[in-house]
Write a protein that binds this ligand. Structure first.
Ligand SMILES: Nc1nc2c(ncn2[C@@H]2O[C@H](COP(=O)(O)OP(=O)(O)O)[C@@H](O)[C@H]2O)c(=O)[nH]1
Ligand SMILES: [Mg+2]
Length: 225
């Protein structure tokens, strides 16, 4: 199996090195997997690309802005992978647990998303983000009947071949909820709790603008059904 660890990164020089160091790829290799780290860089103005390259990552430059755009470009470039693991390049997601999550996927799932509400380091999520996220997750559950707690988590583990069944259209933060709605309605999917930690470096999300875009997206998608 080839596993691709895919991360979008925009000016993450202070965190990308530590984020890659945290991945236990020796453990994955011991289990017979090939591993590739792929960074979709949004034309960072700092040393993000240089550091990621030093750590052995393949770099794709995607100058068009947006979290969703970065992922959709990344997905196109991971066609030879069997399993894709995603997450931010900011040190917040527990990449050290990738071997266990991959094993769980291999146990009979197509798509796993992670829930950051079970366990969080103090200060990992502001109160405003927590409330905003809860409102978005509740709205998603209500509109789509998808039973997940964390609609905005950015750590997913899935079989690449299953991507073809998903209709992904968002170039922005709403991609995170879009991929879950699609996966839970079409694939064998589940949500698992993880430990979420504090960010290293400046956040790139624009809280109000992106929060509103995520909220509006849920209705827009429903209306288009
Ligand atoms: N390539 C690329 N990456 C981005 C862009 N916007 C955000 N990111 C990356 O996407 C991830 C999520 O952004 P982040 O600020 O951590 O959002 P939050 O976790 O929702 O607060 C981080 O790794 C960012 O560096 C973008 O426009 N292009
Ligand atoms: Mg983040």
């Amino acid at each position: 199996m080839k596993i691709c660890i895919l991360m979008p990164a925009l000016n993450e020089e202070s965190s990308i090195g530590a984020t890659i160091n945290d991945m236990k790829f020796e453990k994955l290799k011991e289990r017979g997997h090939d591993v590739e780290i792929v960074v979709v860089d949004g034309n960072s103005k700092d040393r993000t690309r240089e550091i990621a390259k030093e750590k052995g990552a393949r770099i794709i430059i995607e100058k068009r802005r947006g979290y969703g755009r970065a992922y959709r470009t990344g997905f196109e470039q991971c066609k030879d992978c069997d399993i894709i693991v995603t997450g931010d390049a900011d040190g917040t997601y527990p990449f050290s647990t990738i071997p266990e999550l991959v094993e769980m996927l291999e146990g009979g799932f197509d798509f796993i998303t992670t829930d950051r509400f079970g366990s969080q380091e103090e200060g990992a999520m502001s109160r405003m983000h927590r409330v905003g996220n809860m409102v978005l997750s509740m709205t998603l559950r209500f509109l789509y009947g998808v039973d997940i707690r964390d609609s905005q988590s950015g750590m997913w583990i899935f079989r690449r071949e299953k991507l073809d069944a998903l209709n992904l259209t968002s170039d922005g933060m709403p991609l995170s909820e879009e991929i879950k709605i699609e996966a839970f309605s079409k694939l064998k999917a589940r949500e698992v709790p993880i430990h979420y930690t504090k960010r290293i470096g400046e956040k790139k999300i624009r809280s109000f603008q992106d929060g509103f875009a995520c909220f509006w997206f849920l209705f827009k998608k429903k209306l288009a059904e």
